[in-house]
Design a protein around this ligand. Structure first.
Ligand code: ZN
Length: 283
Protein backbone atom coordinates (compact mmCIF):
# COMPACT_ATOMS: atom_id res chain seq x y z
CA UNK A 1 0.00 0.00 0.00
CA UNK A 2 1.20 3.50 -0.79
CA UNK A 3 1.88 5.43 2.40
CA UNK A 4 1.77 9.17 2.72
CA UNK A 5 4.92 11.04 3.78
CA UNK A 6 3.66 14.58 3.18
CA UNK A 7 0.59 16.06 1.40
CA UNK A 8 1.65 14.94 -2.09
CA UNK A 9 4.54 12.53 -1.56
CA UNK A 10 4.15 8.81 -0.95
CA UNK A 11 6.17 5.61 -0.76
CA UNK A 12 5.61 1.91 -1.28
CA UNK A 13 7.61 0.09 1.36
CA UNK A 14 10.35 -2.39 0.37
CA UNK A 15 9.89 -6.14 0.57
CA UNK A 16 13.24 -7.85 1.17
CA UNK A 17 11.91 -11.37 0.59
CA UNK A 18 10.93 -10.45 -2.95
CA UNK A 19 13.94 -8.12 -3.38
CA UNK A 20 11.61 -5.20 -3.92
CA UNK A 21 13.12 -1.79 -3.14
CA UNK A 22 11.14 1.14 -1.76
CA UNK A 23 9.36 3.10 -4.52
CA UNK A 24 8.24 6.73 -4.38
CA UNK A 25 5.47 8.87 -5.84
CA UNK A 26 5.36 12.67 -5.99
CA UNK A 27 2.14 14.22 -7.31
CA UNK A 28 1.61 17.71 -8.63
CA UNK A 29 -1.51 19.42 -9.99
CA UNK A 30 -1.51 17.48 -13.23
CA UNK A 31 1.06 14.68 -13.15
CA UNK A 32 2.72 12.14 -10.88
CA UNK A 33 6.35 11.16 -10.88
CA UNK A 34 7.47 7.70 -9.79
CA UNK A 35 10.88 7.12 -8.19
CA UNK A 36 12.22 3.73 -9.29
CA UNK A 37 10.18 1.49 -11.52
CA UNK A 38 10.17 -1.64 -9.38
CA UNK A 39 11.94 -4.95 -9.79
CA UNK A 40 9.37 -6.67 -12.03
CA UNK A 41 6.05 -6.36 -13.82
CA UNK A 42 4.14 -7.38 -10.70
CA UNK A 43 5.95 -4.88 -8.50
CA UNK A 44 5.28 -2.05 -10.99
CA UNK A 45 1.63 -3.07 -11.35
CA UNK A 46 1.17 -2.88 -7.59
CA UNK A 47 2.40 0.72 -7.62
CA UNK A 48 0.31 1.66 -10.66
CA UNK A 49 -2.87 0.27 -9.11
CA UNK A 50 -2.16 2.14 -5.86
CA UNK A 51 -1.81 5.42 -7.78
CA UNK A 52 -5.19 4.72 -9.38
CA UNK A 53 -6.80 3.65 -6.11
CA UNK A 54 -5.76 6.92 -4.47
CA UNK A 55 -6.92 8.85 -7.58
CA UNK A 56 -3.57 10.58 -7.90
CA UNK A 57 -2.78 12.40 -11.16
CA UNK A 58 -1.59 10.06 -13.95
CA UNK A 59 2.00 8.87 -13.85
CA UNK A 60 3.85 10.98 -16.40
CA UNK A 61 7.46 10.30 -15.38
CA UNK A 62 9.42 7.34 -14.03
CA UNK A 63 12.90 8.16 -12.74
CA UNK A 64 15.26 5.23 -12.20
CA UNK A 65 17.88 6.02 -9.56
CA UNK A 66 20.59 3.60 -10.73
CA UNK A 67 21.15 0.59 -12.97
CA UNK A 68 20.56 -2.21 -10.46
CA UNK A 69 17.92 -4.62 -11.79
CA UNK A 70 15.63 -4.40 -8.76
CA UNK A 71 15.12 -0.69 -9.44
CA UNK A 72 14.27 -0.78 -13.15
CA UNK A 73 13.02 -4.11 -14.50
CA UNK A 74 9.37 -3.06 -13.93
CA UNK A 75 9.72 -0.03 -16.21
CA UNK A 76 7.99 -1.53 -19.28
CA UNK A 77 4.68 -1.48 -17.38
CA UNK A 78 4.44 2.31 -17.33
CA UNK A 79 2.98 4.50 -20.04
CA UNK A 80 5.23 7.35 -18.95
CA UNK A 81 8.49 9.07 -19.79
CA UNK A 82 11.36 6.90 -18.61
CA UNK A 83 14.12 9.15 -17.20
CA UNK A 84 17.71 8.21 -16.35
CA UNK A 85 21.08 9.88 -16.09
CA UNK A 86 23.56 9.45 -18.91
CA UNK A 87 25.66 7.16 -16.71
CA UNK A 88 22.71 4.95 -15.84
CA UNK A 89 21.68 4.83 -19.48
CA UNK A 90 25.13 3.55 -20.43
CA UNK A 91 24.83 0.75 -17.86
CA UNK A 92 21.34 -0.14 -19.08
CA UNK A 93 22.68 -0.99 -22.54
CA UNK A 94 23.82 -4.37 -21.21
CA UNK A 95 20.31 -5.09 -19.92
CA UNK A 96 18.69 -4.09 -23.20
CA UNK A 97 20.55 -6.87 -24.96
CA UNK A 98 19.59 -9.49 -22.34
CA UNK A 99 17.25 -12.39 -22.84
CA UNK A 100 15.18 -13.38 -19.81
CA UNK A 101 14.54 -16.95 -20.95
CA UNK A 102 15.91 -19.74 -18.71
CA UNK A 103 19.15 -19.75 -20.67
CA UNK A 104 19.33 -15.92 -20.66
CA UNK A 105 18.86 -15.78 -16.89
CA UNK A 106 21.82 -18.12 -16.43
CA UNK A 107 23.93 -15.84 -18.60
CA UNK A 108 22.89 -12.73 -16.63
CA UNK A 109 23.80 -14.58 -13.45
CA UNK A 110 27.27 -15.30 -14.87
CA UNK A 111 27.86 -11.73 -16.07
CA UNK A 112 26.38 -9.62 -13.27
CA UNK A 113 26.29 -9.71 -9.51
CA UNK A 114 22.52 -10.19 -9.34
CA UNK A 115 22.11 -12.24 -6.16
CA UNK A 116 20.78 -15.71 -5.54
CA UNK A 117 17.04 -15.02 -5.80
CA UNK A 118 17.18 -13.01 -9.04
CA UNK A 119 16.15 -15.88 -11.36
CA UNK A 120 13.42 -17.08 -9.06
CA UNK A 121 11.86 -13.60 -8.87
CA UNK A 122 12.09 -12.97 -12.61
CA UNK A 123 10.52 -16.36 -13.37
CA UNK A 124 7.48 -15.61 -11.23
CA UNK A 125 7.16 -11.82 -11.49
CA UNK A 126 8.28 -10.67 -14.95
CA UNK A 127 5.50 -10.88 -17.56
CA UNK A 128 6.22 -12.33 -21.02
CA UNK A 129 9.80 -12.92 -20.02
CA UNK A 130 10.64 -15.06 -23.06
CA UNK A 131 10.13 -11.99 -25.29
CA UNK A 132 10.81 -9.26 -22.72
CA UNK A 133 13.09 -6.48 -23.86
CA UNK A 134 13.88 -3.54 -21.62
CA UNK A 135 12.53 -0.36 -23.18
CA UNK A 136 14.64 2.66 -24.14
CA UNK A 137 14.89 5.66 -21.86
CA UNK A 138 12.96 8.69 -23.17
CA UNK A 139 14.82 11.43 -21.32
CA UNK A 140 18.54 11.15 -20.61
CA UNK A 141 20.00 13.91 -18.46
CA UNK A 142 23.45 14.98 -17.45
CA UNK A 143 23.96 16.40 -13.98
CA UNK A 144 20.52 17.86 -13.22
CA UNK A 145 16.96 18.05 -14.46
CA UNK A 146 13.95 19.97 -13.11
CA UNK A 147 10.38 18.81 -13.73
CA UNK A 148 7.13 20.67 -13.08
CA UNK A 149 4.32 18.33 -12.06
CA UNK A 150 1.87 21.23 -11.79
CA UNK A 151 2.71 23.69 -9.03
CA UNK A 152 5.22 21.11 -7.83
CA UNK A 153 8.81 21.39 -8.97
CA UNK A 154 11.04 18.36 -8.51
CA UNK A 155 14.77 18.31 -8.99
CA UNK A 156 16.57 15.24 -10.21
CA UNK A 157 20.30 15.28 -9.51
CA UNK A 158 23.23 13.00 -10.00
CA UNK A 159 25.18 12.55 -6.79
CA UNK A 160 28.46 11.06 -5.53
CA UNK A 161 27.65 7.70 -4.08
CA UNK A 162 29.30 4.93 -2.07
CA UNK A 163 26.97 2.41 -3.74
CA UNK A 164 27.37 2.91 -7.52
CA UNK A 165 29.05 5.15 -10.07
CA UNK A 166 25.61 6.17 -11.30
CA UNK A 167 23.37 7.58 -8.60
CA UNK A 168 20.35 9.81 -9.05
CA UNK A 169 18.46 11.58 -6.29
CA UNK A 170 14.91 12.92 -6.55
CA UNK A 171 14.10 15.94 -4.40
CA UNK A 172 10.79 17.58 -3.61
CA UNK A 173 11.87 20.97 -2.18
CA UNK A 174 8.32 22.19 -1.56
CA UNK A 175 7.55 19.33 0.81
CA UNK A 176 11.15 18.79 1.93
CA UNK A 177 11.39 15.12 0.96
CA UNK A 178 14.32 13.44 -0.77
CA UNK A 179 14.55 9.99 -2.36
CA UNK A 180 18.14 8.73 -2.26
CA UNK A 181 17.66 5.36 -3.94
CA UNK A 182 20.61 3.24 -2.77
CA UNK A 183 23.10 6.15 -3.11
CA UNK A 184 23.95 6.33 0.58
CA UNK A 185 24.57 2.60 1.04
CA UNK A 186 27.79 0.66 0.69
CA UNK A 187 28.27 -2.09 -1.86
CA UNK A 188 29.39 -5.70 -2.13
CA UNK A 189 32.56 -6.60 -4.04
CA UNK A 190 33.72 -10.22 -4.14
CA UNK A 191 31.32 -11.08 -1.31
CA UNK A 192 32.71 -8.30 0.91
CA UNK A 193 30.33 -5.52 1.94
CA UNK A 194 32.27 -2.24 2.05
CA UNK A 195 31.97 1.53 2.24
CA UNK A 196 34.37 3.44 0.04
CA UNK A 197 36.81 5.62 1.98
CA UNK A 198 37.37 7.71 -1.13
CA UNK A 199 33.70 8.50 -1.68
CA UNK A 200 32.31 8.76 1.83
CA UNK A 201 33.00 12.46 2.47
CA UNK A 202 31.70 13.67 -0.89
CA UNK A 203 28.65 11.40 -0.63
CA UNK A 204 27.72 12.81 2.77
CA UNK A 205 28.40 16.38 1.64
CA UNK A 206 26.21 15.85 -1.43
CA UNK A 207 23.42 14.29 0.58
CA UNK A 208 23.43 16.94 3.28
CA UNK A 209 22.83 19.80 0.86
CA UNK A 210 19.13 18.84 0.63
CA UNK A 211 16.94 20.76 3.05
CA UNK A 212 14.68 17.95 4.14
CA UNK A 213 12.45 16.68 6.89
CA UNK A 214 12.10 13.23 5.35
CA UNK A 215 14.56 10.99 3.52
CA UNK A 216 13.66 7.79 1.74
CA UNK A 217 16.40 5.19 1.28
CA UNK A 218 16.21 2.41 -1.28
CA UNK A 219 15.47 -0.54 0.96
CA UNK A 220 13.81 0.76 4.08
CA UNK A 221 11.11 2.93 5.54
CA UNK A 222 11.20 6.73 5.58
CA UNK A 223 13.73 8.40 7.92
CA UNK A 224 13.24 11.68 9.76
CA UNK A 225 15.92 14.33 10.21
CA UNK A 226 17.26 12.95 13.49
CA UNK A 227 17.63 9.46 12.06
CA UNK A 228 19.54 10.79 9.06
CA UNK A 229 21.77 12.99 11.23
CA UNK A 230 22.61 9.93 13.31
CA UNK A 231 23.34 7.93 10.14
CA UNK A 232 25.74 10.62 8.84
CA UNK A 233 27.51 11.01 12.18
CA UNK A 234 27.90 7.23 12.69
CA UNK A 235 29.29 6.85 9.18
CA UNK A 236 31.70 9.75 9.76
CA UNK A 237 32.96 8.55 13.16
CA UNK A 238 33.45 5.03 11.76
CA UNK A 239 35.33 6.15 8.67
CA UNK A 240 37.63 8.35 10.81
CA UNK A 241 38.54 5.32 12.94
CA UNK A 242 39.71 3.05 10.13
CA UNK A 243 43.21 3.50 8.71
CA UNK A 244 44.35 -0.13 8.53
CA UNK A 245 42.74 -3.54 8.14
CA UNK A 246 43.02 -4.21 11.88
CA UNK A 247 39.68 -4.38 13.69
CA UNK A 248 41.29 -4.02 17.10
CA UNK A 249 43.36 -1.04 15.95
CA UNK A 250 40.30 0.62 14.41
CA UNK A 251 38.25 0.19 17.59
CA UNK A 252 41.14 1.63 19.62
CA UNK A 253 41.29 4.65 17.29
CA UNK A 254 37.52 5.02 17.55
CA UNK A 255 37.72 5.12 21.37
CA UNK A 256 40.53 7.66 21.19
CA UNK A 257 38.67 9.90 18.72
CA UNK A 258 35.20 9.72 20.23
CA UNK A 259 35.86 8.97 23.91
CA UNK A 260 33.29 6.13 23.91
CA UNK A 261 32.59 2.61 22.62
CA UNK A 262 31.24 2.24 19.06
CA UNK A 263 27.49 1.49 18.76
CA UNK A 264 26.30 -1.64 16.93
CA UNK A 265 25.79 0.42 13.76
CA UNK A 266 29.28 1.88 14.07
CA UNK A 267 30.76 -1.61 14.49
CA UNK A 268 28.99 -2.62 11.29
CA UNK A 269 30.35 0.47 9.46
CA UNK A 270 33.88 0.01 10.88
CA UNK A 271 33.94 -3.53 9.46
CA UNK A 272 32.69 -2.20 6.12
CA UNK A 273 35.50 0.43 5.99
CA UNK A 274 38.02 -2.29 6.90
CA UNK A 275 36.67 -4.41 4.04
CA UNK A 276 37.30 -1.45 1.74
CA UNK A 277 40.98 -1.48 2.74
CA UNK A 278 41.15 -5.27 2.27
CA UNK A 279 39.71 -4.91 -1.25
CA UNK A 280 42.18 -2.11 -2.07
CA UNK A 281 45.09 -4.23 -0.83
CA UNK A 282 43.97 -7.12 -3.04
CA UNK A 283 43.79 -5.05 -6.22
ZN1 ZN B 1 21.47 -0.75 -5.76
Amino acid sequence: MLQKITANTYYLINDDEKERPTLGVISGGNASLVVDAGNSSLHAQELISEVKRLRLPPIKYVVVTHAHWDHFLGVNEYEAHFIVSKKTNEKLQFWKSCSFSDEGLKEIDREMNVGSTFSEIIKTELNDRDTFQLKDADIIFDNQLTLDLGDMLCTIDEMDSTHTEDATVVYNPKEKVVFFGDATYGKTTESLFHYSHNKIDSMIQNAKKYQVNWSVLGHESVCDRDEMDLYWSELTSSSRAVHTSSLKGSIDTFRLNEGREPTDNEMFFIKAFINDIIIELKS
